[in-house]
Design a protein. Sequence first.
Length: 467
Amino acid sequence: MSRAETVPGILIEELEGDILTPISIYQRISGEKKFLLESSLKHERSGRYSFIGADPVFELKGNGGKSILIKGGEETELEEPALEMVKKLLPEIPMHAPFPLAGGAVGYVGYDSIRQYEDIGSIPKDELGVPDVHLMFFEIMAVYDHAEQKVYLIGTSLTPDTTEESLRHRIAGRRKEIEEGSAGPSDSGIKISRYSASETKESFVEKVKKAKEYIIQGDIFQVVLSQRMQADIEGDPFSFYRRLRIQNPSPYMYFLNFGEYAVAGASPESLIKADSDKVTTNPIAGTRPRGKDEEEDERLSADLLNDEKELAEHRMLLDLGRNDLGRVCEFGSVKIEKYMQAEKFRHVIHLVSEVSGKLKPDYSPADSLAACLPAGTVSGAPKIRAMEIINELEEYKRGVYSGAIGYFSAGGSMDFALAIRTMLIKGNKAYIQAGAGIVHDSVPEKEYEETIHKLRAFLEDQDDFIN
């Protein structure tokens, strides 16, 4: 059973959703290039909707200050940065959809996209070979409403070539796949070898020492140094995501299949979101492990809220967030909505704040994303100098890691997570990466161990997983 709704700007078809899940919908719809965006219902900042799509009408890739538009199998080189092209390719469509994402662009904006706007030094070696920006544009999507246990198929025209008739035809095809298709195997399996580091412990420790020299000299207050690990992988990458979403339920969970590679992650942190002209960012800094019970959780939360070192770092990153929004928001509109609240995640307790502002008339959500990249929690402070030091000390381009993963909606909204706790799968290799915030009092060996601890927590693997 299904019924159609008339909403200005888009087509909406409702399906019975009581026997469906976002996972089964993803498995049933056909297409090589697909996505699934979810939010854990176990987290206090959970999201109501999951979004699923396949077969983008076109793609946008960005490297440096140029971009490539891929449509109908043809590539067109463009002389403008990818985020500038988003504003041209995805004009706001007047609509009154009940969903924040109703057709639009889904993908990532990587850490190295900052080179479009800031000169942070020569480009390091590129070990991964993926674009700095990769966005897929979808006209047909499925929306799973967790609150109402309903599924909606939505169609939005993103090009002049798309007619209402073609949208209805494609929605009917998707409906048939979802209602009659197979959900696929319960778990097609995946094998991952032990991880090997891109550098030795001694090398990482030396880089921390060098970073501390810059801090002592007064160049920076903090810098986040990261290391990458890789493993051999066999099987369906989606199987890894299915395990990840259970092991690490998070506010942002995503699986993006770009065809030639895939990205899977469970991020706790919103980088930036926009609803009309209001933009919001949520700095997260300050951590304690979860306790054995609620009483211990409360004690650890209180300890975190009284740790002056953690509070000082959080205040610094909160100020960075305010400054970033101040570049694109109206004077006097930037304000702190939530200040240093202890929030519980699966494995840890974090200090979380929220800053919002009203966009200036000539600025778009894409401009606000560019202003906030990269987050201070993965770069440092002052941000530009910290990135210059990262560029000097880290051997490889970061790629997707520490960038942003999310969507631009045709309705004008935007939501991007910070790309941490994220795996890139390309060919028969899986890559993961984590960083540690280096400050004046940092102990180099402990900072190395922090990166290992973060990777183990992400993988739910407490054994020695490093070759």
